[in-house]
Design a protein around this ligand. Structure first.
Ligand code: SF4
Length: 230
């Protein structure tokens, strides 16, 4: 099914979940098993998993495992698996191990060429996952950054020749935390230690201002996105 053949309905943001549950219901009805959630297991990811589990308890969820994540992130994944045992959570590895990458491109590629490192460890694995899917879900929120401010619920994604579904676009940081607290969701404890946005350990430090929730990512590297979202 191509995106041209699909016309999504107009979703209202004036619902309990600001449209998120309705978007997910439509997306799973439309794409079925050809819909995958690429989850980073950050705080938005935990909210989405809770919502997805209500709509499709055996949904396919993929974590791009760069081998460079914080141990707290891997612990969060384990706790999530315990809470939602019916979800199919897969850790997708890059083709190259860290050792092979160092041999081929040099040590600590994240310092010398972070775009290339993200390409090998995130973009190519996601491309592989999406080749077997018609659409993917992402936890982008409009308020996260200027580059995300125009995200829609349903987005054409030419980069991955796919369709990107973003149910949380209207959620604020407060909405996210209210939801986590209401349902006592398991989350990454680094969020309590000054990390609003958590990526690979090599490229993430605490945010220097809560006005910019992604300010702790790739500091000093002139980079704000890993390439999954533009
Ligand atoms: S976030 Fe950093 S360590 Fe992770 S893949 Fe990208 S450049 Fe490499």
């Amino acid at each position: 099914m191509t995106q041209a053949e699909i016309t999504p309905p107009l979703f209202s943001k004036d619902t309990d979940t600001k449209g998120a549950l309705e978007v997910l219901e439509w997306a799973y009805e439309t794409y079925g098993d050809k819909l995958v959630y690429a989850c980073s297991f950050g705080i938005e990811g935990i909210v989405l998993i809770h919502l997805i589990a209500q709509v499709k308890p055996d949904a396919k969820i993929v974590f791009l495992d760069t081998d460079l994540h914080f141990k707290e992130t891997y612990e969060t994944i384990e706790r999530t698996k315990e809470r939602y045992p019916t979800l199919q959570i897969e850790l997708k590895k890059p083709t190259l191990t860290l050792e092979q990458q160092a041999n081929e491109y040099g040590d600590e590629l994240w310092k010398t060429a972070p775009n290339q490192c993200c390409n090998i460890r995130k973009i190519e694995p996601l491309q592989e996952v999406l080749q077997a899917s018609d659409a993917w879900i992402s936890g982008l929120r409009r308020e996260q950054s200027e580059t995300r401010a125009k995200t829609e619920f349903v987005n054409d994604d030419p980069r991955f020749k796919s369709t990107k579904i973003c149910p949380l676009i209207h959620w604020t940081w407060k909405d996210v935390w209210r939801y986590v607290s209401k349902y006592d969701l398991p989350y990454n404890i680094l969020h309590d230690q000054g990390y609003p946005s958590i990526g690979c350990e090599k490229c993430t430090v605490p945010a220097f201002t809560m006005d910019d929730l992604r300010s702790g990512r790739w500091q000093g590297k002139g980079k704000t996105e890993c390439g999954l979202h533009g």
